[in-house]
Every structure is written in C-alpha cells, then in structure tokens.
Design a binder for this molecule. Structure first.
Ligand SMILES: Cc1cc2nc3c(=O)[nH]c(=O)nc-3n(C[C@H](O)[C@H](O)[C@H](O)COP(=O)(O)O)c2cc1C
Length: 207
C-alpha cells in the first residue's frame, strides 16, 4: 500500500495528486473501474439520484465528466451548480468522495474526448437532440433503432458526425475530498481534506 500523503511530513498533502497516482497504479493492475465514477445529484429533497459516468481527466481544475444538456442530470447540475462524485477502485483498495462546484472543461479537451468516441456513441449524442432527450421513454427498442438508422444515413461515417451542441464537459472542482484507504484488518484510514487559501487541510475520520 502506498503511503498516505498525510503520512509523510514535509511532503505536500495534495489529495488530487494522490488520486492521480492511485489511478495510474489501478490502471497498471487492470482495474476495470479505473475510468468510472458515480455522480450524485438531487432531483428533489426526497430524491437523490446517482449514476455511473466515464471519468475523464483528473486535473488541478477538477474531475472531468461528459454529459448531455438534454439529460435530467444536467437540469439538476445546472440548478445546484455543484455535485458529489464517488470513485471506487477495488484493485488498489481506494474510495474517494469529492464535493464541489462545477466548471466547464476547455473546448479543446472536449474535442479530444469526442475524437476518441466510437461511431455508436457519437450517433447517440445526436439522437438526444434529434429524437428524444436522454432518459426519456421511447415506445419501443425498434423506434429507438430507427432513429439511429436515420442518423447513420445523415452521418455515414464516424468522421462525418459533428460535435453536438448539446454535449458538455464539466469539471467537479474539488472543495472537499474524503479519502478511504481500505485495510485488510478493516481499520481503514479515512481523511477529509478541505481546500483553503493556504492549500489542503485534513482531518482524520473514524472509519
Ligand atoms: C460505465 C458507465 C459509464 C457511463 N458513462 C456515461 C457518460 O460518460 N456520460 C453519460 O451521460 N452517461 C454515461 N453512462 C450512463 C449513465 O449512467 C446514465 O444512465 C445516463 O447518463 C442517464 O442519466 P440521467 O437520467 O440521470 O441523466 C454510463 C454508464 C455506465 C454504466
């Protein structure tokens, strides 16, 4: 297990750096969830909502995700202006919870993500705008596939699919990060980091 950043006196205690390093370690161990996070929002006071999203880059700016403006989650994100993310990588026994406001991902970076998307994924982003918003009911799977076939005729190759206006990249800008280092003896190490003007401060939490 790697040392916790808070364990090494004199070293900068930067939980974002730690998460970046642990992600590399998880990737080397072929962690299947290495590019997955869970985004929590609030639809109503008695209805929190959570869903898996592809975790894009983790930078000093924040934790990147791509969402569509037609989606329910987008309405919830816009309303609140902030979100909570959860990351869990069993291969390295790490869980991270991230709280914070939202900021747009730089357009060049979003374009880079788009370039790596497959044909189906590109068509789907256009489906939301041209046919039905994401998560809306549709009368049948056949109706949905007919829409996709129509989009294939409109954009016959992956390269011909333009970046949709409705696709947005957002960072969850970490104000608080809770780290969980799983331990086989169950006496896990948990810490709550808070960003201050002077840098990150942390408190040890009861696991
Ligand atoms: C592993 C995985 C990765 C996913 N990645 C994304 C993603 O990057 N963006 C996205 O909008 N939905 C993604 N989804 C689908 C969402 O979980 C969800 O079904 C969808 O975004 C609709 O959510 P909403 O109705 O709460 O807006 C992913 C699902 C899984 C299982």
């Amino acid at each position: 297990m790697t040392a916790h950043p808070g364990d090494v006196s004199g070293e900068p205690q930067d939980p974002i750096r730690e998460i970046q390093q642990e992600r590399e370690r998880a990737r080397e161990l072929n962690e299947p969830l290495v590019d997955v996070c869970y985004l929590a929002t609030v639809a109503a006071p008695d209805r929190p909502e959570v869903r898996a999203l592809t975790l894009r880059d983790i930078t000093e700016r924040g934790f990147g995700v791509l969402v569509n403006r037609t989606s329910r989650k987008w309405a919830q994100l816009e309303r609140a202006g902030r979100a909570t993310l959860l990351i869990y990588w069993p291969a390295v026994r790490r869980q991270y919870r991230v709280w914070g406001p939202l900021a747009p991902i730089e357009p060049e970076r979003v374009e880079g993500y788009w370039n790596r998307k497959g044909y189906g994924s590109r068509l789907l982003e256009h489906y939301y705008d041209s046919f039905h918003p994401q998560s809306e009911p549709v009368s049948s799977r056949a109706e949905f596939m007919a829409g996709i076939e129509e989009l294939k005729r409109r954009y016959p190759t992956p390269e011909s699919v333009p970046v949709p206006e409705t696709m947005v990249g957002i960072y969850v800008v970490a104000e608080e990060i809770e780290t969980w280092h799983g331990s086989p003896d169950r006496l896990h190490d948990r810490r709550l980091f808070r960003r201050t003007a002077a840098g990150w401060e942390f408190q040890v939490l009861v696991p």
